[in-house]
Design a protein around this ligand. Structure first.
Ligand code: HEC
Ligand code: HEC
Length: 229
């Protein structure tokens, strides 16, 4: 009974991302079988991921482990495939992201399961009427990014010129362009290093390459860290 309740809360949340509302279409797997979404399987797989990414995929470890909840399912699935093929190198995930542990069926189930969890920006406030269990669940799903030091206005200028086109004005991204808002800043900083050193591929390297001092980057992250306020 408890478990069933978790599923309902997780699947519906309080607010829902647009892509999480539609049930995914069945599709053909590489092995010729048909995949239909299995939320229970998604939750089971997530137990393994939770060790690093948190019970509801909110990330953690001081921001080393990214938030993976509430992202577009196509983005999550694509990254998992990239980890499996080692096109994206991720040493901590090697034991989990391989064909034996995570066949394509599991990639899809866990991606849609995670996409359906919309992390609130704040734990629910005391005056909201809900039962204690629901309040606790939402508090655990919440992902709140702490303000980074820097010049927010200067950071916004850089963001608008170089990043907004793809990552969107609100920082929520779109489809395979991931959200920068409500993502842990230490993780985002690491990704920039990986992009700039060619260890991970970014769609428009030119815009990242446009000269930016360490101070520019600090300002940019200061702005990005306000996007979830
Ligand atoms: C041992 C720790 C660990 C486990 C377990 C783990 N991950 Fe990760 N995961 C990481 C780390 C570290 C990164 C960030 C890698 C980097 O900096 O590029 C990551 C990155 C990701 C990303 C990329 C997010 C983005 O914004 O691009 C996705 C998606 C992801 N993990 C999904 C999963 C799923 C699904 C599972 C369970 C099947 C899982 N992970 C299990 C450590 C882990
Ligand atoms: C032309 C489109 C485009 C522009 C412009 C762009 N990005 Fe991206 N960005 C992407 C795409 C696509 C990805 C996903 C890459 C992949 O598939 O692994 C991404 C990924 C990222 C990631 C990794 C997020 C994660 O969850 O792993 C960060 C950080 C990032 N971009 C920062 C920036 C910043 C900062 C700027 C501006 C200086 C910028 N991007 C400009 C398209 C863009």
């Amino acid at each position: 009974m408890r478990l069933a309740m978790v599923t309902i809360v997780v699947a519906t949340g309080l607010v829902c991302t647009a892509w999480a509302q539609k049930a995914p279409e069945p599709r053909q797997l590489p092995n010729g079988k048909t995949w239909t979404y299995d939320a229970d399987a998604g939750r089971d797989i997530m137990r393994t991921c939770a060790a690093c990414h948190g019970e509801f995929g909110g990330g953690g470890g001081g921001g080393v482990y990214p938030r993976i909840s509430g992202m577009h399912p196509d983005y999550i699935a694509e990254q998992l495939r990239a980890f499996k093929s080692r096109a994206r190198e991720n040493i901590p995930m090697i034991p989990y992201a391989n064909d034996r542990e995570l066949p394509e069926k599991d990639v899809l189930d866990v991606s849609y399961y995670l996409a359906a969890i919309t992390p609130p920006k704040h734990p629910p406030s005391d005056d909201v009427t809900m039962d204690a269990f629901e309040r606790l669940t939402l508090a655990k799903q919440a992902v709140q990014i702490s303000r980074q030091p820097g010049d927010i206005a200067a950071g916004q200028k850089l963001y608008d010129a170089d990043c907004m086109e793809c990552h969107a004005r609100d920082g929520l991204g779109r489809v395979k362009k991931p959200p920068l808002a409500q993502q842990h800043v230490p993780y985002l900083r690491t990704q920039i290093t990986l992009f700039l050193t060619g260890q991970r591929k970014h769609e428009d390297v030119d815009e990242l390459m446009r000269p930016k001092s360490a101070k520019d980057w600090d300002n940019l992250w200061a702005y990005v860290s306000t996007l979830d306020d």
